[in-house]
Design a protein around this ligand. Structure first.
Ligand code: 7TS
Length: 404
């Protein structure tokens, strides 16, 4: 387990909710921010604020340097070959939309197939569905098994000579399932198919090496890894980015503009129009330093100790059914309670200061496949404790006492 003093670095954990110390178990939705990230952003606004890439004056040049340092930190963190392969976007959702619009519309051919899986978040379904409508491609969906694991054989069989791109999540936000991404990349690349990985739920838990994976695109959001909202990353292989057309146009992404014609900047600038989220980019850089100092392996082990304990304790509760029991999982546990609607459960847990997510988790097709309208989801992070798991268990017993 990590040193419990780590909690002191997250000021919001002192928050009192309904008379109770906050038990925050909704880390899949967003994570809390350590003080050093908050302070780094405050320092920027207090002493260093200026725009980037434009000013000849010192303050602007320094702001540009801080942002480009953050880009290098991301490059090192995910082991990308070139810093130009790191595109700053708003988050995972924008990253996937960028690939669907730019790579999808210009490099996939009419009649080609896009293969996703049944466990995807809406962010990795809807952009592809829209692309298919506009561009004449077909969306194929690989099935999962009843335990929430991907049916890997069926997924492999879903790749054929018509497949133009496969898009799959590294970790399922609704079930916690961790996919065998290396094997999936190896298989897809051997078949000559482009690969996008939705890494939103992996980034602060699992070491990612995009060169070893050999994926073409990898998308993630800073706010799910203890960084700021409004900033995320699209990693794309340089050889693809340099032939991809812009996703959005305007200032900062051009080479030469006349009223007749515009030529575009090389990546990453081509994909970063307008004034970027400067403080957030710098905050992301600080977040990466923070995670690197703690060590992703240490975080992973801490979170898995909590997951294993939660699994044991939750399974002792009569009338509780865990949804998603893949062998390889991140520290996310989804469950339903007999005869109790998840929303009622969530509301009662809130009265105890326990924050969980209830609902379809932006994965409606997955809920339909699993024949549940919604689940209760507890997701753990580096600052959660075994005592908090006990509080969750006590909270569930209270719900059953009230509702049954
Ligand atoms: N992909 C996955 C696997 C996700 O879990 C999420 C957000 C996204 C994409 C979208 O990320 P965004 O930062 O662009 O919004 N997942 C959740 C969740 O599970 N609860 O709230 C947001």
């Amino acid at each position: 387990m990590l040193n419990p003093n780590i909690r002191k670095q997250f000021p919001v954990l002192k928050h009192i909710e309904n008379g109770h110390e906050l038990v925050y178990l909704d880390n899949t939705a967003t994570t809390h921010k350590p003080l050093r990230v908050i302070e780094r952003m405050t320092k920027f606004y207090t002493h260093q604020n200026a725009t980037v890439h434009r000013g000849v004056y010192g303050l602007s040049q320094s702001a540009t340097d801080y942002c480009e340092e953050a880009r290098k930190k991301v490059q090192t963190f995910i082991k990308a070959k070139h810093e130009e392969e790191i595109i700053f976007v708003k988050g995972t959702t924008e990253a996937i939309n960028l690939v669907a619009e730019s790579f999808g519309r210009f490099h996939l051919k009419k009649g080609q197939e896009i293969l996703i899986t049944e466990m995807e978040h809406h962010a990795n379904i809807v952009p592809w569905q829209q692309l298919c409508i506009k561009h004449g491609c077909t969306l194929q969906v690989a099935p999962i098994k009843d335990n929430g694991e991907l049916n890997l054989e069926a997924w492999k069989a879903g790749i054929n000579k018509n497949t133009g791109l496969v898009a799959f999540t590294h970790v399922s936000n609704a079930l916690g399932t961790t996919n065998p991404v290396q094997e999936m990349c190896d298989f897809a690349k051997a078949a000559g198919v482009a690969v996008l990985i939705d890494g939103a739920q992996a980034m602060s838990h699992i070491e990612v090496d995009v060169q070893a994976l050999n994926c073409d695109f990898y998308a993630f959001s800073a706010h799910k890894m203890h960084g700021p909202t409004g900033i995320g990353v699209l990693y794309g292989k340089h050889e693809l980015l340099k032939i991809m057309p812009p996703y959005q146009t305007g200032g900062d992404m051009i080479d030469v503009v006349t009223f007749e014609k515009t030529t575009f900047a090389v990546p990453p600038a081509r994909f970063e129009p307008g004034t970027p989220a400067i403080a957030e980019i710098i905050g992301l850089g600080e977040t990466i330093d923070f995670l690197t100092e703690i060590g992703l392996n240490n975080i992973f082990h801490h979170e898995h100790t909590l997951l294993n304990y939660a699994n044991i304790k939750l399974k002792e509760i009569k009338g509780l059914r865990i949804i998603g029991e893949a062998k390889e999982k991140n520290a996310i546990v989804s469950f339903v309670l007999d005869d109790i609607h998840p929303h009622d459960a969530g509301t009662i847990l809130d009265t105890e200061g326990i924050a969980v997510r209830v609902g379809h988790h932006c994965a409606q097709p997955l809920m339909k496949r699993l024949e549940v309208p919604a689940t209760i989801r507890a997701s753990f992070s580096m600052y959660n404790t075994l005592e908090e798991v006990d509080k969750l268990v006590a909270g569930i017993k209270k719900i059953q006492g009230i509702m049954l």
